[in-house]
Ligand binder design. Sequence first.
Ligand SMILES: Nc1ncnc2c1ncn2[C@@H]1O[C@H](COP(=O)(O)OP(=O)(O)OP(=O)(O)O)[C@@H](O)[C@H]1O
Ligand SMILES: [Mg+2]
Length: 480
Amino acid sequence: MTLSPPAAMAKGTLSRQLVVRTTALVAAATILLSLVTGLASFQILQAQLDGRLESALRAWGPGSFPGETKPGDPEGSGLIRIEQRGTEFIYTDVLTESQVVALAAIDPDSTPVTMAIEGLGLYRVQVSHRQGRISVAALPFSAVTTPLTRQLMMAALLTLGSIALAGFGARQVVESSLRPLRRLAGTASQVAGLPLASGEGNLPVRVPQQDADPASEVGQVGVAFNQMLDHVEAALEARHRSETKVRQFVADASHELRNPLAAIRGYAELTRREQDLLPANTAHALARIESESDRMSGLVEDLLLLARLDSQPTLALQPTDVTQIVLNAVNDARVAGAGHRWGLDLPDEALTAHADPFRLHQVVANLLANARVHTPAGTTVVTSLRREGEQVVIRVTDDGPGVPAEIRDSVFERFTRAEASRVRHEGGSSTGLGLAIVAAVVAAHGGTVTLESPPGSTTFVVRIPAAFSPTSDGRTVPNS
Ligand SMILES: Nc1ncnc2c1ncn2[C@@H]1O[C@H](COP(=O)(O)OP(=O)(O)OP(=O)(O)O)[C@@H](O)[C@H]1O
Ligand SMILES: [Mg+2]
């Protein structure tokens, strides 16, 4: 699975988290700052207002009232004055009697209070009790609220501005800081997409020098990553070398065994012609030598073929009538396995593919041989051929006992065969190479072979692309 990098600010990304957290932090700090300065301003403004009340009260002498607007009553300040003389009240003419009663009820010894005067709004009020005289001074509280509101609005605008700026700035910084990390992730997923299980082991991908500078944290990861890739490359190359050696050995050994085997078979055949002259058990022994050397020749040919398919599959690709191949293979199987029922399901028109006819025949023949050899007499084997999209699909289905569960996962590997097959074919020809050859030939054609085994039926499905073109290195890949 290769990972595609997430979009820059996608949900769950580190960059998004960093930007969101930084912005939230800046927002919290500016809001807190605005609140604290707002509170301080409130206290200062209120203290100023109280000072004005205090000085107004101090300035008012026992002089005449009303008519005396000064001192302590600058024009437009909205200062209200009430003087109590005995039981009589003298007051600023904006006041009604009930307002005067409410104001005069304030405790003369208290500190200034803020109160709502009905019809006039919020006022800051102070009462003084001096030389038997009770004076009440009140100033509109808007002297505090108006500048404070203005200040809070400014602060709100500033807060919004700084949040936007912090968001934008954090995004720029985070994105540029995380860019090397993204490139590193890109390199890692490039490596993940390489077919490391096959090939010669060279790893052409490295973290670029600019992202492998040990001075930074990301650079250290880059350096470590490159070192790891060096090690992996060395290990893969070593594996490839040893695989090549083993493959070469198998190919050489198989090749070298061919000639002596041919000689043994030749001599055995020669003596068969004169078997009437030989004692019965010598004739039997020679017949066994002949059949076993035949079996060994088959094994050697299989090994040689697998070694060749491994190193460089050379297929004689040509337009091939797959229908004809399937027909021939099933007819051969019918002759070889008269005890089985052989069914055919062919399409109306002939299906052709660019394939190696000899090898493709071997694929179908191996599957049919398995269906014959590994199932009891009476089993029905149906071979079908279809074109599915761009693929030619051959299915060989039998209703026999099925591939034993313990080898189902490894059935296409070399020398995999069930214990029962081993016993059944003791001295016979079960080597466990048939399906390995099927898999290798099909892969060389750019196709796949799979086993489907629902209860009661066993199906081997071969899919090969309907058209092929060979690549320059001799392998074949499907046309895109
Ligand atoms: N149609 C089938 N039904 C049941 N078992 C099967 C079938 N086809 C394959 N097998 C099992 O899979 C094993 C591997 O098959 P494979 O063709 O690779 O080897 P083989 O038939 O044992 O030997 P050979 O090299 O001669 O083909 C067989 O030994 C058998 O146990
Ligand atoms: Mg077989």
